[in-house]
Design a protein around this ligand. Structure first.
Ligand SMILES: O=P(O)(O)OC[C@H]1O[C@](O)(CO)[C@@H](O)[C@@H]1O
Length: 241
């Protein structure tokens, strides 16, 4: 686990986006595992800017997203489908058929989980971008999720719903369930880049890096992955040293 503490969010965004741009230029048909939430927005902005200025080509790149809300219309502005198109996909030349997100609106959600597992079998991320929740969740794998989990439906913890409520008109509108890649799926990625900003992530970051590997802190499993880079601003790293 390589830890990089940089002195600003901007420098983290610049460094991580440069890694991704280099990967895309060197692996025309590569698979990018992407995350949502506020953390990766600056990185996606940098990818869009580079594409516009340097024509970095995404036409054969495949994308895999970690998670999606259940029973939230795909075109709702806060669905992860909408989030990803607004922040990235609408501004680069990735092909719609190469974009993959779990489907939270299937009637048969177990079927939705199975079919996304199949998608993952054929599109294993070469690089998986991760954020981390204040409670140490990765994707929507809340504390207590099995390390052996594959794609599954999860009840969102109140804290996670509260953290995401800022994007919805009212608490009632915040979905209660999500469909998410499991921890085993995430660990199958060849390379993982986790980014965290801010004091509110410092405890989760500390436990992820220095704590016990335990299902009570899902991100701690990353200690067992052989190719993980953690990019932090100084606030998120404040409990590490
Ligand atoms: O980047 P944020 O907005 O702090 O979110 C942290 C984590 O919470 C989630 O958005 C899920 O609630 C994850 O996808 C994300 O990695």
């Amino acid at each position: 686990m390589k830890i990089h503490v940089l002195n600003s969010k901007e420098l983290v965004n610049k460094t991580v986006s440069e890694h991704l741009i280099k990967f895309v230029r060197e692996h025309k048909t590569g698979v990018l595992g992407l995350a949502t939430g506020s953390t990766p927005i600056g990185i996606y902005e940098a990818l869009v800017k580079d594409h516009k200025e340097n024509n970095t080509d995404y036409s054969q790149i495949r994308t895999i997203n970690l998670d999606e809300y259940v029973n939230l219309d795909q075109n709702h502005p806060e669905s992860y489908y909408s989030f990803m198109h607004r922040n990235l996909f609408n501004h680069i030349n990735v092909k719609p058929q190469n974009i993959h997100l779990p489907n939270g609106n299937e009637k048969d959600l177990e079927m939705a989980c199975q079919s996304y597992n199949d998608v993952l079998k054929n599109n294993q991320p070469d690089i998986q971008i991760l954020g981390i929740g204040a409670n140490g969740h990765i994707g929507f794998n809340e504390p207590g999720t099995s390390f052996d989990s594959s794609v599954h439906i999860i009840e969102l913890q109140e804290q996670t719903r509260l953290d995401n409520a800022r994007f919805f008109d009212s608490m009632d509108d915040v979905p209660k369930k999500a469909i998410t890649m499991g921890i085993k799926n995430i660990m199958d990625a060849k390379r993982i880049i986790l980014i965290a900003f801010g004091e509110n992530k410092s405890e989760a970051v500390y436990q992820m890096v220095k704590g016990k590997v335990t299902e009570n802190l899902p991100a701690s499993i990353l200690q067992k992955h052989n190719n993980v880079e953690i990019y932090l601003d100084e606030s998120a790293a404040s409990k590490l040293f």
